[in-house]
Design a protein around this ligand. Structure first.
Ligand code: ADP
Length: 213
């Protein structure tokens, strides 16, 4: 079973790559953003609670997110493995994820960081919004420059500290997210296809230690 994390700022292309990996490896994409928007659109109590938060670009609390993921990966469609897209977003979530995977007899296979240029992300977002409007669709409430800048700042402050967390475990792999979609896909595929990709292939053959190391 393969369990991957795609890490990177909003708009880095995690969702696009997750969908490609889903098709290629039979994994299930778990986009926490999509899950929250589905709750909101269905008008569930959770959806009502998070509506204003996701529109503002702030983070939903760790407890809610950890619960959501913990329940979701127990579903049968996650049995071959998952791609976490948008989770974990804080070091707390990363620690909780290690614990809950261990409790379920799972482990992480790889953590792949998409490295991108922030100004380019703003341009990408503007292009995406223009394309949506041209196609007669309504862009997301958080797809505007001001909210994206706020989300990038939250990424730097809250999410980027996850990178050294996984680096210290010898699990972090970085890919240049400014390459073409195809090139990013081939690099990720190469990482994922390495024989024995996962915890046992770390340098020195040491298993990553859960929690403190
Ligand atoms: P994108 O795909 O554009 O990077 P997402 O769809 O992943 O953005 O996330 C949209 C919003 O959902 C976030 O700005 C945040 O409010 C909320 N959210 C998603 N995942 C998490 C998480 N793991 N922790 C806290 N909030 C989250």
């Amino acid at each position: 079973m393969m369990n991957l994390i795609l890490l990177g700022p909003p708009g880095a292309g995690k969702g696009t790559q997750a969908k490609l990996l889903e098709a290629k490896f039979g994994l299930k994409q778990l986009s926490t953003g999509d899950m929250l928007r589905a709750e909101r659109d269905a008008g569930t109590p959770l959806g009502k609670k998070v509506d204003a938060i996701i529109n503002s670009g702030a983070l939903v609390t760790d407890d809610i997110m950890i619960d959501l993921i913990s329940n979701r990966i127990d579903q049968p469609d996650c049995s071959k493995g998952v791609i976490f897209d948008g989770f974990p977003r804080t070091v707390n979530q990363a620690i909780a994820l290690d614990k809950l995977l261990a409790a379920k007899g799972r482990s992480l296979s790889a953590v792949i960081e998409l490295q991108v240029d922030e100004n380019e992300l703003v341009n990408r977002m503007k292009t995406r919004v223009a394309d949506m409007i041209a196609a007669g669709n309504t862009p997301r409430a958080d797809d505007n420059e001001q909210t994206l800048r706020k989300r990038l700042q939250i990424f730097r402050n809250e999410t980027a500290p996850i990178l050294p967390y996984y680096q210290n475990k010898g699990m972090l792999q970085s890919v240049d997210g400014m390459m073409s979609m195809d090139d990013v896909e081939s690099e990720i595929t190469a990482i994922v296809s390495k024989p024995g990709a996962g915890p046992v292939s770390q340098p020195g053959g040491k298993l990553p230690v859960n929690g403190h190391s």
